[in-house]
Design a protein around this ligand. Sequence first.
Ligand code: CA
Length: 610
Amino acid sequence: MEDEKMRRRLTLLITLILISIIITPYTPLTAENIPAPMDIVDIDHLKPIETFSGFLYPRIALPAFVSPQSSFKIVLYTPVTGNNVEKVYLDYDGARYELEIMSVDPRGEKTVVTVFVGDLPEGLYDLYVVAGGKTYVEYNSVSVKSSRGYPLKILWYSDTHYDTRRSGIKQRDNFLKLIWRANFINPDFVIVTGDVLNTATEENYVSFIKDINNLLRVPLILVPGNHDHHYKEDLFTKYLAPSNISINIGPLHLILVDTGPNGMNGWITNDQVEWLRQDLEKYGAMETKIIASHHPFSMLEESDVSNPAALEELLQSSDIDLVLHGHMHYSIVEDDKKPLRLTLPNAYEGGQPYTGFRILKVTGPHKIEWRYGDSKDPYPMFDLEVYEYQIQNGSYNGYYLKVVNNMAVAVEGTIFAKIKSGNNILTEGVSADDLNKIEFPTFTIYSTDVTVNPGETKIFKIYGEEDNEPPSLVDVSISSSKGKRITELIYLTLEDKVSGIERVEVSYTLDNETWSKATVYRLTYNLFYTEVKHDPDNGFALRVTAYDAEGNKFVSEPLNYSLIVSGAGPEPTAGGQEISIPYPETAIVVIVATLAIVVYIVYRRKLATK
Ligand SMILES: [Ca+2]
């Protein structure tokens, strides 16, 4: 009897469901009825630690890759932000878009906020959350793109060793060029396989965030290397991104593995291998899989805490398509192994067989192009020079780009100008009719894809007014480093209204007679660095010369520092002071050599007394 009742109820229920399906009209996608997508990152695997921004995800070095008319999840560190989330918005150089909050879900130390992205212009946005009356921001952390399908373009650098200390000033100069190259190549994202910063202090991390936010226009994904680890705490996660995490970017599943602080070999724990096993199961349906770590898996140390054999077994039985490594500062191609493994040289001078980068193109399920033309070697870094002279934050009137391609292959890139609104634009190197245009409240973005063939140098200009004015010197900041002689550390800030600063030259005099040229490093679009050494009882004077990208020249009056100079002085003579960089590596070599000598002397004495 009860059974009969149940059967009738069930039949009625099924009939009702069928009828409701048939009579339900087509409803457009809104925040209320959008299907729940697969989370972009595995939220359960995010380590709840106190971060600089209050965000656990997305981060400046692990952004959310979203499309208009979809939702994504933000994870906050609750002890800092609380769960009283009032407002979420995206910001693009002052253009602000509020996102609809669909839910706020407190989960212990994590607060998961689901938000809906409406019809937003494509771009890389800063994410703001207002919670408990306070505003939290994570820069460059939401990438909006209308299509996330194939082909995906990935720009891969390794071992950038960014540093803002005096000892690493060359690296920061080089880093700006890495950013210009990345902006032009315009990949879906840039990945750096570790040693991103050079044993950084918290100050260096803050400077790194500032530089990325001000200079880089494409999403950034980072894997920590041994130099990114800190003896005190996990500064990489605090400032940049979680590690031991995976992310979905369209059809691509990218797994980021932290192989630890061990400089020589790195390690992989059983817990990490178990996590990888679960991750590959959970995201088995993803069409293309790449795994990245700093230390090559073949180098990992076997120990109580490290189990590379278990990792190797898992790798070989997996459907991972490509493995990316750094650390070695030379190129290794293991295309006889399954899966294919590539190790990239460092991204500044001294890589082997040369300093290089790679452009990876994911063209279909399990299909990744990784070669440089017909060669298995990486793209030669310095054979592709990209110079972008004006900061592109929507408050200037010009975009001047120079691309020098000495590589064996053509390079495809994007010109991308954010020009202050209110002007008709003029162009060179590209036709104004060929430019795509996106209007924001205070600026307009003009962009188009271009190709620069082997052996070609191309100059592209997009500007709102003619540039007849030279750059100006905005600020000179000097601090002294005292030794036998005094070294003056000199930071120069310049500005140019339209085309941007092409180069800066500094000459100096110690005796009011001879002028010499100083070596100048470029740190950002408008910040330059140089050094002058002098005796403690003598002063010095400087003269700054700057050219904008249109060739307008600025020459400063002599800047007198306890040395009175009148007039501009004669042209500088050749030579002058080369900046000698006190590399930590040099110090280590000196210490080791000294120790060796001491040991040798002690040994000799012992022999003599015997
Ligand atoms: Ca100018």
